[in-house]
Write a protein that binds this ligand. Structure first.
Ligand SMILES: [Zn+2]
Length: 242
């Protein structure tokens, strides 16, 4: 729903400023993507209940994450657990990975590991970068709409930062990106000799109980069905056995 509002905002801003493509007009480079992701992640942290370092959830997550390595393509991975019954996990382009206690309660260590592999995949494959670029452009387009300006803003105000964080939540990954991240997780687990079957059961659980593996709440409205994703991974396991 929110997504529709922001798209309308972009369309309106585009027509108001007479600028052909506002997404292009507000393009940010890798360093800016990292910096804004850092800020957006801090914004979420400040609004969330973070499990302390000595909590059983944090210790458990750190133990699971250790198997997957502490960086991806030179981006250091930073893990934290949010205390909420929501079944969710997400990552940002700066390597910030957040996992909810609801997801950890619902899944085994190996299943959580499979989900982490998927989130790392979104970072490695540039999906989180693209999402931040879209969220930034959306935020700035809305700003342009408000001010009838359109000039590039380099420093974000607190209000803009809050908007940016919200727009990031609403930036959807495509079906193709989801499948790519699933396959990335599969390859990562295979390479490290970790349990790949758990990726299948993780998706079966998501299909049965609902919830998302994402920053996006509306994931299940437009994304590949969790059972389809489980079937894809199972087929890969079967093919590898042949
Ligand atoms: Zn995903």
């Amino acid at each position: 729903m929110k997504m529709r509002t922001t798209i309308t905002a972009i369309a309106l801003a585009t027509s108001l400023t007479g600028c052909g493509n506002l997404i292009d007009a507000f393009t940010i480079d890798d360093a800016q993507v990292r910096a804004y992701s850092e800020q957006a992640c801090k914004e979420y942290d400040s609004q969330s209940k973070i499990e302390p370092a000595n909590s059983k959830y944090t210790k458990r997550l750190n133990k699971i994450a250790k198997n997957l390595g502490n960086q991806v393509d030179g981006i250091p991975l930073n893990y934290k657990v949010y205390r909420t019954n929501e079944i969710n996990a997400w990552a940002m382009a700066n390597g910030c990975v957040r996992v909810y206690t609801g997801l950890m309660d619902a899944m085994t260590d190996d299943e959580v590991q499979g989900v982490l592999g998927h989130e790392i995949g979104h970072v490695a494959l540039g999906h989180t970068k693209k999402a931040m670029q879209t969220a930034y452009a959306t935020t700035m387009a809305r700003e342009a709409l408000n001010t009838y300006g359109g000039s590039k803003v380099t420093e974000l105000t607190q209000g803009q930062l809050a908007d940016l964080a919200e727009n990031l939540i609403n930036a959807q990954f495509s079906q193709h990106q989801e499948s790519e991240a699933d396959n990335y997780s599969y390859e990562l687990l295979k390479k490290k000799n970790l349990n790949r079957e758990a990726l299948v059961t993780a998706f079966r659980k998501l299909a049965a109980i609902g919830g998302s593996d994402h920053v996006l709440n509306q994931m299940f409205s437009s994304h590949p069905n969790s059972n389809t994703r489980a079937d894809n991974i199972q087929a890969r396991i079967n093919a590898d056995k042949k």
